[in-house]
Design a protein around this ligand. Sequence first.
Ligand code: PLP
Length: 242
Amino acid sequence: MGRREEIASALTRVRARLDAACRDAGREPGAVALLPVTKFFPASDVRVLYDLGCREFGESREPEASQKVADFTADPGVTESVHWHMIGRLQRNKVKSVVRWADTIHSLDSERLADAVSAAVDAATDAGERSGPVEMLIQVSLDGDPSRGGVPVEDLEALADRVACAPGLELGGLMAVPPLGADPDAAFAQLHAVHADLVRVHPGATTLSAGMTGDLESAVRHGSTCVRVGTALLGSRPIVSK
Ligand SMILES: *Cc1c(COP(=O)(O)O)cnc(C)c1O
């Protein structure tokens, strides 16, 4: 089987899995967006997914992402615009290059980083390298372990207010990854409650980015609006992957 057929059947399976998860959770099929995660895989795989109708992609590492976006965009067969998501840990020294390609950032976890992204969006806009704001999702740390990224729940409100006021940023919602070894149902239930509190204060922050290959059903049961799926679509990555 060629790569194209392999990806096509994987996409069909993942879409069916997501539809079933929505039905089992009593939600509309289509209530949850599928975000294909293409990190570690070449621009040619992104092109296959594009040909199969995907228009949103998640990347997590620089400079891999910048190069891939450039390669994909230069492909003359690509005629429609796509929406790129930065889902990985974001370092401040990478912000300048990330705002040149990312439309949504899922991994905001500090006010310092918010200020850096805001300034970088402003500079990139002046330089003609991007137009429009960047949608920001705040990554929540459900166990308060800062080494894995994410803001502790008690600091979320201040960070959300900061984003809401920052030029060039739009507060889109929340993202989280369950703590290692945690029960995903418990983690996603907590996240869902935290998200409900946020939406009460920031009614536009409706996105809840939760769920990956191993736990998407659980995330869909607990209000996810966007599942980030890599392995089930493109296969396993090298062990070093993040
Ligand atoms: C790599 C990655 C994913 C995709 O994970 P899979 O288990 O391969 O589906 C999702 N979210 C984040 C933040 C990632 O870094």
